[in-house]
Design a binder for this molecule. Sequence first.
Ligand SMILES: [Fe+2]
Length: 381
Amino acid sequence: MSRENPFFTRREFIASAAAGAAIATLPSFGAPQSKGAKSSYFVSVLGDTHYDTEPENVYHSKYDYNNRWAKVVKDEFYRNGVMWREFCPSLMAASAKIAEKKRPDFILQVGDLIQGDCGDPVVHKKMLDDCIKKFIAYYKRPYPFLTVIGNHDFRGKGARKAYFEYMNPYNDKEIEKITGVKPEKARYPVFSFRHNGDLWVFCDFETKAIDKISEIIEGADDARHVFLVTHGPFVLCPSASPYAWRLAGRYVSEESRKRLYIALSRRHAIVLSGHIHTTTYYRIENEYGGFTEASVSSVYSSKRRETAEPIFNKVEDYKLKGKMGQSEVALFKSGMKEFYHSIGSGHYRLYVTDGGVALEFYPGASEKPAKTFIMKKLKKA
Ligand SMILES: [Fe+2]
């Protein structure tokens, strides 16, 4: 399938990198639309949120502290307590304020919505319910709220079953609000829906069913844009040595990952992920076309996170520690044209048009975008 080069030239990209510039200049030109669809829309985006509260025993009184991870987990409870007392309420308020200006079609959270670790399925469901009610209350209008499953969302005794019992009917309801159509049941490991001519695919990032994701994308030639939402990144993340911290990292063969690499590239797809608690962006071009990925984070646990200053912003700096995954790193790196990696966290806004897709990054509780990532840009026909 031949596709136009979806990106700015290097010069255009640099010229547009000032906050908001790319959004303002994205032109709109004639991709086919389904009847009644809008040609452009916004999505408010939140990264990992690890919702929790103080004191620790509100959600964790039944947590079993007799395990080797207890110290790490207890530190996370503490971090979350500070975060949801001091920082994240203002982040949510800022996201809501931005939403009021441009009215998103929905709010998207990229997984690890809650901390989990409740040790009891009833408490786990309550944590999910409290969290969603609290989050949507920040927004002045009843925007649909969608979240993809993250590892914390089902962490703890009986939590996976509890998550699906709560979230499956919830997702059906929210997707119907977005699309206006009663969906086929949205069930993990992979589900998808169409919105304004775009394909949105959501997956459990620990799935073995990665070929199913490729199949859905390969079968959607008529979609305007293709979005893949996965908690664990597809592109191997450049911090530490978390080889398993990737889409289907623990389970599948390199061939299945390569198939998805090709499927995404042929459609110039946009991957939205989280999990690594950084703001990270990749733009890849290759013989099949190319794709972009943005990993986003709302783990706003200190002022230190309130930055858009990159730790890395050169492709040469993209590397992974450890021996695992080096052949994939070489594959990603061979086509990588842009790489940005910051410890910054905040909130984000996606702007989708016929002409392309951009993602604004608002560090911390900022109401001004500090960075705009071009996720896709079509050349004029
Ligand atoms: Fe995670």
